[in-house]
Design a protein around this ligand. Structure first.
Ligand code: C6P
Length: 411
């Protein structure tokens, strides 16, 4: 039997503290997540028993470190149902993964007049690399519109993806709207026109099961720190047939086959794309995080988070002066809920909530074009993960209500 999701909060030492004298209700999981004791122990154990560089030494510690690093790659492969571990490239995170695709595939295959299709809801990490590529290559950047509910306008998507399109890049889940995009459908449209799909999975993969083969995507990017692993480690999944065609991005140790004074040949994938000493401890932590998530089960996590999101959305809907961005139907949503309290700047709101032990993010969430579409400069955002519970949501709602009363007080 798998691990129960009930009381998992106890597995997270950081959540056991008080903040400003109140229990901590950590609701900024879209920004980063916390590590359970099992992952923390794994990091400690690696440094105490196996630390060494990877792929270089023949001695026991070096082999242990290499095994740990490569086992993590296999765990990632199984986690996202990739065909081969050679399709898993370790990176610093989603941002680096997406820049990698723009700077390798984009540099090689995009030409003047080609079209790159993205959406208005993208995080800057999945917008600026394409914007700058389009500028460099004199290509056209096109944006799929959103509906007034903050969902992708699928009619517009079909119109924008044409035979001129070479890349369709979009998020699986928006970090502001929480909306889940129909990746399989978009991939089909892209492939029908001969384009590839690049998916920013940063806000999806921690929360529900992702199968890159079933989604039929060409690239899929995500970050360890949003799924219980340390920061500084991330993944780029790439379809092997495409990766084989790409030139290296960075040059140096471990990515070579043979080096001469005036020419060199490259290692096989994925080593070709992992120049220099990698983030070994990050990969070990990511493997530990995957073990933890799988012990509970992604469908259990999804179901549990959905019930909390339902509760949060329904309670917020009862409050006056709250503007929620994105669909309010929790079937279309993960536990990311962005909102504004009328008349109160989100930074002031987040500061007031912090005084009550509640951690939420406020700002433009690295999605300025989306903020413009929503007609605001900033928003507050509560985001849920598997270790949150009803107490956290109630603490947040109570603090929000008190803040609202405080700011609307008229002497
Ligand atoms: N969003 C948030 O608070 P990195 O920083 O590389 O791990 O992830 C970048 C990134 C890319 N795409 C999406 C959809 C994201 O949400 C993020 C990170 C955080 O929303 C920090 S800005």
């Amino acid at each position: 039997m798998g691990k129960s999701i009930i009381n998992v909060t106890e597995d997270f030492p950081i959540l056991q503290q008080k903040i400003n004298g109140e229990r901590l209700a950590y609701l900024d999981n879209a920004a980063t997540t916390q590590m359970p004791s099992s992952v923390l122990s794994k990091l400690n154990c690696f440094y105490q028993t196996s630390n060494s560089n990877v792929h270089r030494g023949v001695y026991t510690l070096a082999q242990r470190a290499t095994d740990a690093y490569e086992h993590a790659r296999i765990k990632v492969q199984n986690f996202i149902h990739a065909s081969s571990s050679s399709e898993i490239i370790f990176t610093r995170g989603t941002t680096e993964s997406l820049n990698f695709v723009a700077c390798t595939y984009g540099e090689q295959f995009i030409h003047a007049g080609d079209e790159i299709v993205i959406t208005v809801m993208e995080h800057h990490s999945n917008l600026i690399p394409w914007q700058q590529l389009a500028i460099r290559k004199k290509a056209q950047l096109k944006y799929i519109k959103l509906t007034s509910q903050g969902e992708l306008d699928l009619d517009d998507a079909q119109k924008k993806i044409t035979s001129k399109t070479k890349i369709v890049a979009l998020c699986h889940v928006s970090n502001v709207l929480g909306v889940i995009n129909p990746i399989k459908q978009i991939s089909q449209w892209a492939h029908r026109q001969g384009a590839i799909t690049v998916v920013d999975g940063a806000q999806a993969i921690p929360h529900f099961s992702v199968n890159v083969k079933d989604l039929d995507v060409d690239f899929y990017a995500f970050s360890g720190h949003k799924m219980l692993a340390p920061s500084g480690i991330g993944v780029l999944y790439g379809r092997s047939a495409i990766l084989e065609e790409l030139a290296p991005w960075q040059y140096g140790g471990e990515m070579i086959n043979h080096v001469e004074l005036y020419q060199s040949t490259w290692a096989d994938i994925p080593a070709k794309f992992e120049a220099g000493t990698p983030n070994i401890i990050g990969a070990v932590g990511l493997g530990g995080a995957i073990d933890y998530l799988q012990a509970i089960g992604l469908s259990t996590i999804q179901h549990y988070e959905k019930s909390l999101t339902n509760y949060l959305l329904s309670q917020l809907a009862k409050m006056t002066d709250i503007n929620i961005y994105g669909p309010v139907d929790s079937d279309k949503h993960t536990g990311v809920v962005s909102f504004n309290l009328k008349g109160v700047h989100p930074h002031d709101l987040a500061t007031a909530l912090d005084l009550n032990g509640v951690a939420v993010r406020a700002g433009h969430h690295c999605a300025q074009p989306l903020m413009k579409f929503l007609g605001v400069n900033a928003a507050a955002r509560a985001s849920i993960y598997l270790y949150n519970n009803i107490k956290d949501i109630d603490q947040f709602l109570k603090a929000l209500q008190e803040t609202k009363e405080f700011f609307s007080y008229e002497p």
